[in-house]
Design a binder for this molecule. Structure first.
Ligand code: COA
Length: 258
């Protein structure tokens, strides 16, 4: 069905693998289109409870946008490319179902930006992160100038983007860019384990947590007010009635997402 990615539904997790290992899984326009379709499936398929994004092969998660597509672009076309990327990555960030990146190697440029758009990042110990666009006369264009500041803070973000330096998984962990570091062998199972923990939680509550946390970074939304309103909305759900009753009856809750 896809040419440049693969998808597999395992235990409620849609595993999306960027599959251009001979090109370090670089994001060309075909990958971006197919990734958008896979994210649509995360939104729409009721059997999908969460998603995992990784890269094919042992070397790269994603080594950036495909540089070979940059050679002939006009400023307008460059702007259109960035806008399309922003829409797709924002859809990942705004997904009401958790999405985790299992970073299995180079996560550079658009690859680092893809990982940062996910809700959770787990890296294998061989992973390398960076925003090397200045080496090409470019800047990050898929949200990196914003999301790297959000995750690592202004000082580290500026240093990485101004020097183009790559950092290893442990350093990425230290600066808050990744949540966990594992061996290469354990990477997928560790990431799946985190996602599986969300599967028996109330789906509407998960969506509300994601929305509230994302609101922190929207300058014209008062995140505290938004939280009050999302909290209030929980009281309109059957899930809250079920969750509270299950706690009091000392049994496991069976959430329906209603
Ligand atoms: N876009 C297009 N092609 C890419 C690519 C990218 N972002 N990253 C790697 N490739 C291609 C290489 O051109 C090469 O293709 P070829 O075999 O047809 O020559 C292939 O992937 C393997 O990459 P190579 O550079 O030979 O591997 P390496 O192990 O020596 O180095 C990297 C790996 C990731 C350090 C290096 O490929 C790199 O620096 N990539 C670009 C990173 C970047 O600047 N990203 C930001 C883009 S905006």
């Amino acid at each position: 069905m896809y040419n440049t990615i693969t998808t597999e539904l395992r235990d409620g997790i849609l595993e999306i693998t960027i599959n251009r290992p001979d090109k370090m899984n670089a994001l060309n326009q075909e990958v971006m289109k197919e990734l958008a379709l896979a994210i649509d499936e995360v939104y729409k398929n009721k059997e999908v409870k969460s998603a995992l994004i990784t890269g094919a092969g042992p070397k790269a998660f994603v080594a950036g946008a495909d540089i070979s597509e940059f050679l002939t672009l006009s400023p307008d076309q460059g702007g259109e490319l960035a806008k399309r990327g922003h829409v797709i990555f924002k859809r990942i960030e705004d997904s009401h179902k958790p999405i985790a990146a299992a970073v299995n190697g180079f996560a550079l440029g658009g690859g680092c930006e893809l990982a940062m758009a996910c809700h959770i990042r787990v890296a294998s110990d061989n992973a390398k992160f960076g925003q090397p666009e200045v080496n090409l006369g470019l800047i990050p264009g898929y949200g990196g100038t914003q999301r790297l500041v959000q995750l690592a803070g202004k000082g580290k973000a500026l240093e990485l983007m101004l020097t183009g330096d790559m950092i290893g998984a442990e350093d990425a962990h230290r600066i808050g860019l990744v949540n966990h570091v594992t061996s290469q062998e354990e990477l997928l199972e560790k990431t799946r384990g985190i996602l599986r923990k969300t599967h028996d939680k109330a789906p509407i509550a998960l969506a509300k947590v994601i929305r509230c946390v994302n609101n922190f970074f929207v300058y014209d939304v008062d995140g505290f007010e938004a939280e009050v309103s999302e909290f209030a909305g929980c009281f309109a759900t059957k899930d809250l009635a079920e969750g509270a009753a299950a706690f009091l009856e000392k049994r496991k809750a069976n959430f329906k997402g209603e």
